[in-house]
Design a protein around this ligand. Structure first.
Ligand SMILES: [Zn+2]
Length: 614
């Protein structure tokens, strides 16, 4: 089919939305036909809220009453996806659109009412003895669908306090966000970005974006050093404040854990998803045992860059100069081709995403930055990109496509109640799609430089998504243990902890850099979402483990891995993540699973060494 309306934005320009041909924009009519339809859907959400509210006080009446309430809850939830995404996707395509923004806020108001109107449900279910509910589930096949939802509700209940206790906890809850809000204010509103003068005389203000860009592109080590030191100096100058705020996070987590009867903060955090603490501990131990390929990579970089000293600011600069552009129209076919190992059905769904306009491709005036996949229940996933023809943009597309296929298969296979999935499994398909795409790109690459760029991209993503995240997880676990053991938390203590970890992970491949020890102060996840980052690493390990089988020369092993993987995607949120992964053949409590990453990294570094002949 001839594509007469081919479009590539000229470099350095920001097109207006109307100038972009429709086939590069998403078609939102699968969510709502138009604004009139949206208005009708919003009205039906409001009636669904009323219908659900009317069921209050009926649950103890028996299995049919409980079933009716669960179904009313689902009906309310399903409609809320449509009304929300129809407005929020329109808003994101042009955030200057006041009409879309007003409707988006209208939905938020209805959501607040929905949340309030639904708050009776969980306590009322939990007031029924668990054995009674189990009896109902066993005798009513239609209610059996909700078995896992019910069991996990009672599981969460295990650490809920009596009424007076919960009242106190809700008062204390008002302080919960203070450390993170203070951190956010200190690092954004009150932050003065430092300025430096580059060796060429150019003056640069180092916002985080500019700082990162400089480390990734500037080939003069003295410039990188100046940027790194100026940037970290701003944190070092306020390190006692950061330490006090982080101590606030640690003390709060320990307070919550103890008040609710957990032995440790880690146990408290993992309980909801029923993840054993050994998963995180095993991740850290097995990663520490597998740091050699990471060090091998940095030794290679040191040789390739030809530098006398090698420090943290030398980790990101490209090994070769190779500026290739990837036009969107070519990349779509590669993405489709790259998922061929997952079977023709999966491939057909990816083709649909391109043909049926699920993707909003280019940056345009007013559009939201970044990239995401939006799980629109009742329609299909949508992807927002700001595609700029770089290698990063291509891999971002592969990544978001992985999320979208997960959403699609889960929504197709699961009832509404389990259609969503937890973050603990979410990054498996996105990472796996990137790995499949890398394999295809490496196969097609025609020049040495192109292969070097691809290998470096793959290795850097293992370094940053896996090793760096495990190092952060290691840090926050040890920091939490300090307060659990009644030991002091000061800037000196946290700096020493971080400096020690850098030595343990990088060994002697990095030269000492005094300011590196304050890095913990600029990792917002540590302050905003404790015990979160390890999940990037466990997802990465799970994907690496599956990729080993998908690359197998045995057709049986491969076919089996595909079947297990697709069943994981179809399972959505129908069980606890560890059990879902176990069904896909992944056991994160085994060191081998984590070691799959080190094995893969070692192979990639060996290939890079061969390409560079170093
Ligand atoms: Zn992702």
């Amino acid at each position: 089919m001839p594509q007469l309306d081919t479009f590539r934005p000229a470099a350095g320009t920001l097109p207006v939305r109307d100038a972009i041909p429709a086939r590069y924009t998403w078609d939102l009519s699968a969510i709502c036909a138009d604004w009139d339809d949206w208005t009708r859907q919003l009205a039906s959400l409001e009636s669904a809220i009323d219908a659900f509210t009317a069921l209050r006080g009926t649950l103890a009446g028996g299995p049919d009453c409980l079933l009716a309430a669960f179904r009313a809850l689902d009906a309310m939830g399903a409609t809320s996806y449509r009304v929300w995404y129809y407005t929020s996707l329109q808003y994101d395509q042009d955030q200057r659109d006041n009409a879309a923004n007003a409707r988006r806020q209208q939905v938020q108001i209805v959501f607040a009412r929905q949340q309030q109107a639904g708050s009776w449900f969980n306590p009322e279910v939990l007031a029924i003895p668990i054995e009674t509910v189990r009896g109902w589930v066993a005798s009513h096949p239609e209610l059996a669908v909700y078995r896992f939802a019910i069991e996990s509700l009672f599981h969460e209940q295990e650490h809920v306090l009596d009424e007076q206790g919960e009242r106190l906890m809700s008062f204390a809850g008002r302080f919960d966000s203070v450390p993170n809000e203070s951190y956010a204010a200190l690092t954004t509103a009150d932050m003065r970005s430092p300025s430096i003068t580059l060796a060429g005389g150019e003056r640069v203000t180092l916002s985080y974006g500019q700082y990162r860009a400089l480390l990734e592109t500037n080939r003069r080590q003295e410039d990188r050093a100046a940027a790194y030191r100026a940037f970290h100096r701003t944190y070092a100058d306020q390190q006692n404040t950061y330490a006090a705020l982080y101590n606030g996070v640690l003390q709060r987590d320990w307070f919550h854990a103890r008040a609710r009867g957990y032995a440790t903060t880690l146990e408290a955090d993992l309980h909801g998803n029923d993840i054993p603490t050994t998963v995180v501990e095993n991740l850290i131990t097995a990663t520490r045992d597998g740091v050699e390929p990471l060090r091998r990579y940095h030794r290679l970089r040191r040789r390739a860059l030809g530098v006398d000293t090698y420090r943290l600011f030398d980790l990101f600069v490209p090994l070769v100069e190779h500026d290739v552009r990837y036009p969107y129209d070519e990349v779509g076919d590669w993405i489709i081709e790259s998922v061929a190992p997952l079977g023709s059905d999966y491939q057909a769904q990816v083709r649909r995403a391109f043909r049926e306009r699920w993707i909003d491709v280019y940056e345009s005036a007013g559009k939201r930055s970044g990239a995401y996949s939006a799980p629109v229940y009742g329609a299909h996933p949508y992807m927002l990109l700001n595609y700029n023809e770089t290698l990063d943009a291509v891999f971002t597309l592969a990544h978001e496509m992985g999320h979208s296929m997960h959403t699609l298969l889960s929504h197709q296979a699961q009832p509404f109640v389990y259609a969503g999935y937890t973050i603990f499994v979410a990054e498996v398909p996105s990472t796996l799609n990137e790995a499949l795409f890398l394999d295809l790109m490496l196969e097609r690459a025609r020049s040495r430089d192109e292969r070097v760029v691809l290998l470096q991209h793959a290795i850097d993503s293992i370094a940053s998504t896996f090793y760096t995240q495990v190092l952060f997880a290691d840090f926050e676990l040890q920091a939490h243990r300090l307060v659990e053991q009644d030991r002091p938390v000061t800037a000196d203590v946290l700096n020493a902890l971080y400096a020690g970890l850098l030595r343990e992970y990088y060994g002697d491949v990095l030269d000492e850099e005094e300011l590196s020890k304050v890095t913990w102060a600029r990792i917002s996840h540590l302050f905003g979402s404790p015990y979160y980052v390890y999940q990037y690493a466990t997802c990465f390990a799970s994907a690496a483990c599956l990729m080993q089988d998908l690359r197998s020369s045995s057709q049986t092993v491969k076919a089996d891995a595909v079947a297990r993987y697709l069943s994981l995607l179809r399972a959505g949120g129908s069980d606890y993540p560890m059990r879902l992964l176990a069904r896909a053949g992944i056991d994160l409590s085994r060191p081998d699973t984590v070691r799959a990453v080190a094995v893969e990294l070692d192979l990639l570094v060996a290939r890079l060494e061969a390409e560079l002949a170093l």
